[in-house]
Design a binder for this molecule. Structure first.
Ligand SMILES: Nc1ncnc2c1ncn2[C@@H]1O[C@H](COP(=O)(O)OP(=O)(O)OP(=O)(O)O)[C@@H](O)[C@H]1O
Length: 255
């Protein structure tokens, strides 16, 4: 079965959100297929943050539906959606700097199992937990950094660790909110490689300002302008789309 034949992992169906007279999300429909990275781009103030909030469950739309893994999750809260595998990633504050890289991932594995952090034994004393955590470090190519204090990692490495922590939570979709923010060119390149390597296993909705990263990673791109998706399609079509160039970039960019 090809990617396009598979049932989508996420479907946004006609979402609308207004704040008073301000219509921030206008009839937004979008699908993320299994096996793909779907990027959502748009200028500042386009309504990306509000849309992410509606997907993760922190903001209630005025109308429309969110179907995740075949189930309408529109009425579920943030925690319920996260338990189903619809989690928001990249909250760098989730990293505990005094713990080792491996322990950070082990904590996430333990949290996924439903144990409170209070009962966390130092990961070094729990071989089974360690081994499970190591699998996620391996997936992001951080095995060699396992024993390092997480606080001593570079900014880019912290972002990669965030991916491992997100993976340990068992997501069915990764919702990536500007993962490249604040990273240098080499770090961005590394993150691009890591995310590219993971997309066959975990589909992603990528909200990102770094156009180079978006065009390297995305199978499809949707463009949000003033709360409305003005174009959605393959990167080469989006790059050529005159409305996108005009609305998103003022017609004069190297998109
Ligand atoms: N709680 C709110 N009450 C009133 N207006 C809001 C609220 N939240 C967002 N807005 C408005 O909705 C619009 C979209 O905001 P949003 O933060 O979703 O955009 P964005 O695309 O994420 O922007 P950026 O890329 O800069 O983060 C903005 O005009 C913003 O002022």
């Amino acid at each position: 079965m090809t990617v396009s034949e598979a049932a989508p992992i996420l479907e946004l169906q006609g979402l609308n959100k207004s704040y008073g007279a301000l219509h921030v999300t206008k009839d937004v429909s979008l699908t993320v297929r299994r096996g793909e990275i779907h990027a959502l781009i748009g200028p500042n103030g386009a309504g990306k943050t509000t849309l992410i909030g509606q997907i993760s469950g922190s903001i209630a739309p005025n109308s429309g539906a969110i179907v995740f893994a075949g189930e309408d999750v529109s009425s579920l809260g943030v925690a319920q959606r996260a338990r189903k595998g619809l989690g928001r990633s990249f909250q760098i504050t989730a990293i505990l700097p005094a713990f080792s890289v491996l322990e950070n991932v082990a904590l996430a594995v333990q949290a996924k199992d439903g144990h409170s952090f209070r009962f966390f034994k130092r990961a070094s004393s729990d071989a089974e937990l360690n081994n499970r955590a190591k699998v996620y470090l391996e997936m992001v190519g951080m095995t060699a950094r396992a024993g390092l204090r997480a606080g001593d990692l570079s900014h880019g490495e912290k972002r990669v660790l965030e991916v491992a922590i997100a993976l340990a939570g068992g997501p069915k979709l990764m919702l990536l909110d500007e993962p490249m923010a604040g990273t240098g060119p080499e770090e961005t390149e590394r993150l691009v490689t890591v995310l590219h390597g993971l997309k066959a296993k975990i589909p992603m909705l990528l909200i990102e300002h770094d156009m180079s990263a978006v065009f390297q990673l995305a199978d499809r791109i949707s463009v949000l302008v003033y709360g409305e998706i003005i174009a959605s399609g393959a990167p080469e079509d989006i790059r050529r789309d005159p409305a996108v160039r005009e609305a998103y970039l003022g017609g004069e960019s190297d998109l």
